[in-house]
Design a protein around this ligand. Structure first.
Ligand code: AP5
Ligand code: MG
Length: 228
């Protein structure tokens, strides 16, 4: 059986920077990242059967069904994770049934430890970030940037991805009504998810996300003790 050293879960509301911080952990710590949102967008772009089923939910800011998401994660874990790797999940689990299913998946993989990191930030700041986000249109890349005037996360060339030279676009769910829906749904589920982990004795490390990316990364490293 394949082994995985550790699974780190980045929890946090839309726009808190889960994808951006995960990407930095891939670059600096050599981790492997799974973003369930990226996986969903890849299905939609490829026009798969799953993509057709979830297109409306994604555009309107609703959650995709637990069973579809859990199947995707299970398949990804068995196909893409090899050896002694640290894996970061960005945006999974989001509901208690997903958290239960993850525990079940991990129990089948032997000795895997779970670490939870929660990014926190006020809704007002989240909305500002989401309205300034652009991402790479190449669904294999999906690198994330900001066009906010004071941001250090702008692309080097306007509208061109630094990593693959793909064109940069807004996400279809980064418009005001879908953002409001995503935030509402996130808050509804977060409470239950946190109670679930508290009940099973799983600790959570809270990181203030309303700081520069280097400061967020620094807080994360200080609190968790990971080293490059
Ligand atoms: P997903 O793609 O996961 O979207 P989300 O949860 O709404 O989170 P975001 O990706 O919007 O935000 P983020 O925290 O990654 O922030 P980012 O790094 O981009 O999911 C999309 C949809 O897929 C869901 O709505 C749902 O339909 C479905 N789905 C996915 N997972 C699911 C699941 N488990 N169950 C059911 N359905 C699921 O950063 C945001 C912006 O801020 C960027 O512009 C970035 O450059 C900037 N930024 C980042 N960090 C900083 C910083 N420190 N300082 C300044 N700017 C920063
Ligand atoms: Mg993301």
């Amino acid at each position: 059986m394949k082994t995985t050293k550790e699974i780190v879960l980045f929890l946090g509301p839309p726009g808190a920077g889960k994808g951006t911080l995960s990407h930095l952990c891939v670059k600096r710590l050599g981790w492997v990242q799974l973003s369930t949102g990226n996986l969903c967008r890849e299905h939609i772009a490829q026009g798969t059967e799953i993509g057709e089923k979830i297109d409306f939910a994604i555009k309107s800011g609703k959650l995709v069904s637990d069973s579809l998401i859990v199947d995707m994660v299970g398949q990804w874990l068995s196909e893409c994770v090899t050896g002694d790797q640290t894996v970061v999940f960005d945006g999974f689990p989001r509901t208690v049934p997903q958290a239960e299913a993850l525990n079940e998946l991990l129990s089948k993989r032997g000795d895997v430890s779970l670490r939870l990191v929660r990014l926190t930030m006020s809704d007002d700041h989240l909305v500002t970030r989401l309205l300034s986000r652009i991402i790479c249109s190449d669904k294999k890349c999906q690198a994330v940037y900001s066009v906010h005037e004071h941001s250090s996360l702008k692309p080097r060339k306007e509208n061109i991805c630094d990593e693959c030279e793909g064109s940069l676009v807004r996400r279809s769910d980064d418009e005001e009504s879908a953002i409001a829906e995503r935030l509402k749904i996130y808050h509804e589920h977060e409470k239950r998810l946190l109670s679930f982990y508290k009940k099973i004795g799983q600790s959570i490390c809270n990181v203030e996300a309303h700081q520069s990316l280097e400061e967020v990364y620094g807080s994360f490293i200080d609190m968790t003790g990971y080293s490059e």
